[in-house]
Design a protein around this ligand. Structure first.
Ligand SMILES: Nc1ncnc2c1ncn2[C@@H]1O[C@H](COP(=O)(O)OP(=O)(O)OP(=O)(O)O)[C@@H](O)[C@H]1O
Length: 277
């Protein structure tokens, strides 16, 4: 179970040199850092045995939220727990309970898929035999037996994703976190991933907690029992797809998403204008 409560995160982003032949740019001086409020107030409750989708447009704050969940940096405010363990105070324990597939798959190119998976298992404290047995089991689940003993260099996007996912799942974590997992995948690879995730959240697959981020509506409609709509750094609506359709008063999910995500963005803009006036 994953519980993200009211997290926020601001970054200081340094601008480039001013364009043109100003004295500052000639001297190589850079402008002052700009503050970017990547996440303002996001909450997500993901129980066991459910696929929870984080649905948002580009730049909505999904990846930043998942990076905080993965302990890459701490939220400025709010809290995150994994199976009741706080990521901020017990990151090792919390991380051991998660399998994370980030946006960069970062495989070792000289190792085979099997070796990549086993290596991660060893890092998680598994015996080599147990990690190897698990690599074989995951290769069957993810339909990647034919590449198991091939070096990762030269793998296609789909083959890289499957290997990275198998690596993330090697220690059989109770919680699975995927950032835009179908990016760059063709229809067959997307279907195979969908099937694997359905199995993993079923009782036979271990009733895993699964959170994944996406901006693709069809993916959410086909896979998620629960959807959290993220817009402008906030979670602005949540529920099942039928519940969100009803909330927005729309028949098509795309229309419902646009209404829920961007109505709040317009309201926020108006609020900012009012407070600036
Ligand atoms: N390290 C950083 N420094 C500065 N700004 C950042 C940083 N990371 C994210 N941002 C900004 O925070 C906002 C949210 O980014 P984030 O990557 O979380 O969005 P996203 O919903 O995952 O988008 P996408 O679907 O495009 O990947 C964006 O405006 C982004 O430019």
């Amino acid at each position: 179970m994953i519980q993200i409560d009211n997290v926020s995160k601001q970054f200081a982003s340094r601008g480039g040199s001013k364009p043109g032949l100003s004295l500052a740019s000639l001297l190589g001086k850079r402008s002052a850092p700009q503050l970017v409020q990547a996440v303002k107030d996001v909450s997500v409750h993901a129980p066991d045995g459910r696929i929870t989708g984080l649905l948002g447009a580009n730049g909505a704050g999904k990846t930043t939220t998942l990076r905080m969940l993965g302990g890459l940096f701490q939220p400025d405010s709010g809290s995150i727990t994994v199976d009741g363990i706080a990521v901020a105070s017990q990151p090792r324990e919390a991380l051991a309970r998660m399998g994370i597939l980030g946006d960069a798959h970062g495989l070792y190119p000289r190792l085979s898929a099997r070796e990549n998976i086993i290596y991660f298992g060893r890092l998680q404290g598994m015996e080599a035999d147990a990690a190897d047995a698990r690599a074989v089991e995951l290769a069957r689940l993810l339909e990647m037996q034919h590449i198991l003993d091939r070096r990762a260099e030269g793998f296609s996007q789909g083959e890289r994703m499957k290997t990275a996912l198998a690596r993330a799942l090697v220690h059989d974590p109770a919680n699975i976190v995927l950032d835009e997992p179908t990016n760059g995948l063709d229809v067959l690879a997307t279907r195979a991933l969908r099937e694997a995730l359905r199995h993993l959240r079923s009782p036979a697959g271990g009733a895993k907690t699964i959170i994944f981020s996406t901006h693709i509506m069809q993916e959410v409609e086909q896979l998620c029992e629960h959807v959290v709509v993220v817009a402008q750094g906030r979670s602005v609506a949540e529920g099942s797809v039928p519940e969100l359709l009803e909330l927005a008063g729309e028949a098509r999910f795309e229309d419902a998403f646009v209404k829920l995500a961007f109505a709040s963005a317009v309201a926020e803009e108006q609020k900012n204008l009012r407070s600036a006036a």
